[in-house]
Design a binder for this molecule. Structure first.
Ligand code: FE
Ligand code: FE
Ligand code: FE
Length: 171
């Protein structure tokens, strides 16, 4: 855009920008999850990450459908938030020695990712509805339900086992 104009003028522009942001974020998540699968020791945590990697690939396909329904090209814009969450996760994981404590760190990092996604999809759905895009809102709601279910599964795993195992680690 030119020197005297801004790229985001309308709610529609903001909605498109946010779609591009989450499209980029989901792609970064598909790159981060294989590393988390590798690092996780708890079999259910590992399995949970594997399941969510496949779901995330499906979520990218859903975003492609939304772009197509909107008549837009599939395009991502850098999401500094997801880059930061993933960077922080890698830094913390790199500092953890004990495998059980590492599982607790990986669970917490994954929940930070899910919470970011829940926030963004919640807003996208509200904007899609406001803009009269009910079909897009319904597609995005399928993804939001997966993100929420993943977050709940992670809470369940952490509270039923992972945190207790981590507590047993010796200094
Ligand atoms: Fe996702
Ligand atoms: Fe973002
Ligand atoms: Fe997710």
């Amino acid at each position: 855009m030119g020197l005297f104009t801004k790229d985001i003028a309308t709610l529609q522009d903001l909605y498109v920008h946010q779609l591009q942001d989450i499209y980029y974020a989901e792609q970064q998540i598909t790159k981060a999850l294989p590393k988390m699968i590798e690092k996780a020791t708890d079999p259910q945590l590992k399995q949970g990450f594997e399941t969510h990697l496949r779901e995330t690939e499906g979520q990218i396909e859903r975003l492609k459908r939304v772009f197509s329904l909107e008549g837009l090209e599939e395009k991502g814009v850098t999401c500094p938030a997801i880059d930061g969450i993933i960077k922080e996760a890698n830094e913390t994981a790199g500092d953890v020695a004990d495998k059980a404590v590492l599982d607790a760190a990986l669970t917490a990092a994954a929940q930070a990712v899910e919470h970011y996604e829940i926030s963004r999809y919640g807003t996208l759905i509200a904007w899609a509805k406001q803009l009269g895009r009910s079909e897009c809102a319904a597609i995005l709601a399928e993804t939001l339900a997966e993100e929420k279910a993943t977050d709940e599964k992670l809470t369940q795993l952490a509270e039923s086992r992972i945190n207790a195992s981590a507590e047993l680690a010796e200094a």
